[in-house]
Design a protein around this ligand. Structure first.
Ligand code: MG
Length: 169
């Protein structure tokens, strides 16, 4: 068997459309808003991108393969389930989180005050210290789907370390 790499990198991105509503889930938190997210699950783009980043680092495909939106059991499912499943796969493969860097693209509301809580929420889901997680929020200058308030999206990069390599050094 090929020797596992000491580090692996992954990226994930996701976008969901917005409609008039009473708020939506983002990074495991409820964001109060005049919009809600159109989705099969709870539509948490940040957790979907995070899940895909971890799966990508592991070389394990993507969230759609693991949790198809054609399956009734995934309807309105909390996206924390997807992250937890990816973390379990990471643990089984012998890796741990090195660090996570995330970008949320949303025109409004401004997320500045929520970012520290979001960082803690992601860290708690991943079982790591908040200092290993960074969350950035951007608007899209009123252009494109995000800028026109029609969508929310997120990108996440993750670095994994192989546990056994750390024990060797
Ligand atoms: Mg999604």
């Amino acid at each position: 068997m090929q020797k596992q790499r000491p580090t692996r990198i992954g990226i994930g991105s996701d976008l969901h459309r917005l409609e008039n509503g009473g708020g939506f889930m983002l990074g495991g938190l409820f964001v109060e808003s005049d919009f809600s997210v159109i989705a099969h699950s709870d539509g948490d783009v940040l957790l979907h991108a995070l899940t895909d980043a971890i799966l990508g680092a592991l070389g394990e495909g993507d969230i759609g393969e693991l949790f198809p939106d054609t399956k009734e059991e995934n309807r309105n499912r909390p996206s924390s389930d997807f992250v937890k499943a990816a973390v379990e796969m990471m643990n089984r493969a012998g890796y741990r989180i090195g660090n996570v860097d995330a970008i949320i693209n949303l025109e409004k509301p401004k997320l500045g005050s929520l970012k520290p809580e979001m960082k803690k929420s992601l860290a708690s889901l991943l079982g790591v210290s908040p200092e290993l997680v960074n969350v950035k929020a951007k608007t899209a200058e009123q252009t494109g789907a995000v800028g026109e308030g029609k969508a929310v999206s997120a990108e996440v990069a993750v670095l994994l370390f192989r546990r056994e390599c750390e024990n060797e050094s």
